[in-house]
Design a protein around this ligand. Structure first.
Ligand SMILES: [Zn+2]
Length: 430
């Protein structure tokens, strides 16, 4: 997709919330920035582990939905960017360099690479829709004054994906299917509301009016199949096609556009994308671009601004801390820790300082669960568990089972129902 670092975070620039993600990132030791690489992130171990959890969540949904993951080159020669339209419309945002003394540029998007993979031979109608995805590291030459932590970077990771379809009906079904999975996906991060908008033909655009009416009809039709309400942003589409945009609201009421699905009227033709139909004829393909996060880095910025250090348990860098009250419970605490780590949770032991100091430290470090092992707990084979929802005491086995479930990553289901024909959107309304 060609969209600027979607979405333009300029509206956030002047009014960062009480949790500036940069200071929360420092507090949790997640990442840093250095003058040696302006606008690019140095990930620390805990931050990169969190980054990979975001990646894993999206990858799990991609796999459930039948995408194949690929990887395409970081640098490509200029004719590719001429064909994609980036050289004409986006050159100032691209980082140029030579490749064998031939002009080339770092990729600002992954789309052309995907079309080169998809077009290595024309797919058969039986292989459609063809779904390709990439966690593409992209570079954009943003002005130094506009850089803003994770929210606007020169190097970031786009969860880019493309769906190649045979006809309008297939495209409409794919759009509905992509949208239908979004409430559960964002819900796993604690975001309940979803603002949906359809952005239509801008004044300056490629393609004919007929093509635009058809593409806008496909996107609007999918939203109608789902029974979703949506706003229309007249003239806000990309020059190459209309798009549906999804915005989340953080706890300060700010809207963050994250997900998007776009219909591309330009690139399939420029890259000569065709498929072979049932009678052996070559026919043009339809192309959709889609993303859940937009930028993984920016989405992490949103999470940190929304939650501060107190991330949901499945995302928290440290999920549990075991706190023995005294020396006498140290062996018991170590045994509990081992059981928790063996069960796949991110648990630590903290025996340094008074219990109240350790509880305060767990709060600052955003650790959602603290397990207190005192003399009474040890004698009864129990644990006291403290969290934002209060304190409870139960047998060690019971507490551990409950925490393993509370700390597990969500599982996303594929939306295999035929939404276009059943109209089963009512209960999926965002
Ligand atoms: Zn794309």
């Amino acid at each position: 997709m060609n969209a600027a670092q979607s979405p333009a975070p300029s509206s956030n620039a002047a009014r960062l919330g009480p949790n500036d993600h940069r200071s929360v990132g420092g507090q949790l030791d997640l990442f840093s920035f250095h003058d040696e690489a302006p606008g690019m992130v140095f990930w620390h171990p805990r931050g990169f582990a969190l980054f990979r959890r975001l990646e894993a969540a999206a990858r799990q949904l991609l796999e459930a939905q039948g995408y194949a993951e690929i990887r395409t080159p970081q640098v490509m020669r200029v004719p590719v960017w001429e064909a994609s339209g980036h050289w004409r419309h986006f050159r100032s945002g691209m980082m140029e360099l030579g490749l064998d003394k031939v002009p080339a540029a770092l990729k600002p998007v992954s789309c052309p690479g995907h079309l080169m993979v998809a077009g290595r031979r024309p797919p058969s109608h039986r292989e459609l829709p063809l779904r390709l995805a990439e966690f593409g590291v992209v570079h954009r030459n943003e002005a130094s004054g506009s850089l803003q932590g994770l929210l606007r970077l020169r190097q970031f990771t786009q969860d880019d994906g493309h769906i190649l379809c045979a006809d309008d009906e297939q495209a409409r079904e794919e759009v509905a299917r992509f949208c239908a999975a979004l409430p559960a996906f964002y819900g796993a991060f604690g975001f309940e509301g979803l603002d949906v908008a359809l952005s239509t033909r801008p004044r300056e655009h490629a393609g004919s009016l007929e093509q635009w009416a058809r593409a806008e009809g496909i996107l609007a039709g999918a939203l109608e199949d789902l029974g979703w309400d949506y706003a229309v942003q007249v003239g806000e589409g990309a020059f190459y096609g209309p798009k549906i945009e999804f915005a989340l609201r953080d706890r300060n009421g700010r809207a963050w556009q994250c997900g998007t699905i776009q219909m591309d009227l330009v690139m399939p033709e420029r890259f000569g994308q065709v498929y072979v139909d049932a009678s052996g004829e070559r026919r043009p393909l339809l192309m959709l671009h889609r993303a859940l996060y937009g930028s993984l880095e920016r989405f992490m910025g949103l999470l940190l601004e929304h939650y501060g250090p107190a991330l949901p348990p499945w995302l928290a860098p440290v999920q549990l801390r075991v706190l023995p009250v005294g020396e006498g419970q140290l062996a018991y605490a170590r045994e509990v820790l081992e059981r928790l780590v063996t069960r796949g949770t991110r648990a630590e032991l903290d025996e340094d300082g008074s219990l109240s100091k350790r509880l305060a430290r767990a709060h600052v470090d955003g650790v959602p669960f603290q397990l207190i092992a005192g003399a009474k707990e040890l004698a009864a084979g129990e644990l006291s568990c403290r969290s934002a929802s209060g304190q409870r005491r139960a047998t060690a086995g019971e507490i551990i089972e409950g925490l393993v479930a509370d700390c597990a990553s969500p599982k996303f289901e594929a939306q295999r129902r035929d939404l276009a024909t059943t109209g089963a959107g009512a209960n999926l309304r965002p």
